[in-house]
Design a protein around this ligand. Sequence first.
Ligand code: ATP
Ligand code: MG
Length: 393
Amino acid sequence: MKKVVLLRYGEIHLKGKNRGLFEKQLIDNIMESLLKVDENVKLKKIGGRYLLYDFNEDNLDSIVHSSTKIFGLVSVSVATEVESSPEAIEKSLKNLLENEELNLFSAKTFKVEVSRADKSFPIHSTDFERQLGGIVLDFFPNLKVNLSLPEKTIFVDIRENKKAYIFMDKIQGAGGIPVGTSGNGLVMLSGGIDSPVAAYLMAKRGMKLSAVHFHSFPYTSEQAKEKVVQLAKIVSKYTGSLKLYVVSFTKIQEEIHKNCKSAYMITIMRRIMMRICEKLSEKFGFQAIITGENLGQVASQTVESMTSTEGVLKNLPVFRPLIGFDKIEIIKLSRAIETYETSILPYEDCCTVFLPKNPIIKPKIDLVEREESFLNIEELVEDALNKIEIIEI
Ligand code: ATP
Ligand code: MG
């Protein structure tokens, strides 16, 4: 009896003539992710789903765990592969029940569902279901068969390749569509709770991501940067490998602090961050900027503030996938994607350096531009871009 993993895909069924491209991208993403877990793992397509085989069974749990983070997959099952003869299937079923690998202890009702892609298989599906159901009842005499709403279903999938697959649980996959099928984006990654969740949501819709982080060393610590690297690593389990652009913001902040009214500090900082993102996008081909902003969450996240921030962009959209979420929903997602514990570690963000007491929360564009006229923004942006550090995650 050999263990294999079945991967089922979802929405890519719907993509008509692009289906080939979607599938190719999905297979590339699966292999990129799983070869890191097991260098021998192989994939083949079988009956509208993928089969993983030839991996070391010690890696089974890690393979399943990583598979549930790949966008485009809707469910994952660990299956036992056997020769597709009635005798072999019956024997394996007995073995699996005996070893408690098919665990029905907690259930009151069950059914066996046989699907027979191989029409040369000598027994009809319903007859074979009854036969196998009888074997299960020998082991669990108190169980009842319930065909319409069983608590547990044992699936037996008989394929044309003369193999049959026995499995019980379907583990929920990440859903979404394969990363790499919806363009390229640049996510602004702070050390907070929101931006990693924003990255996750865009990747879920197929966007390939790079990340940018602004730090203000020595006002912010080396650990604050390390924390962002750590967050990017967790996010990369969903997005695949990514580049993190680390930009020093110290000089820019000092210049704003020295030359502009303090109430405009945050607005001007945000606008300069955007200009740097735009330059990075021109250079590396990003088609959108992504932030973790959320309407009304903090004073600086007003519609006026967002309008003023994105007003500096000439031809690039800003995606804010969390715009309408409640904080509690964001935290729930952040726990689910395993970034929360890292995000809440204490840290300083460059936005909290030189924080004014009374920031303008509804900035007027002419007044902002007046304050900005005291700076040589082009030079500051160029300077920051020249000193960028690129970290491969
Ligand atoms: P987060 O939880 O993502 O830090 P936040 O609630 O703290 O968000 P703000 O500090 O107003 O909100 O930041 C809004 C967005 O601006 C962030 O979600 C992030 O996308 C971007 N941002 C803020 N600070 C930085 C930074 N130092 N580097 C890169 N992006 C940043
Ligand atoms: Mg923050």
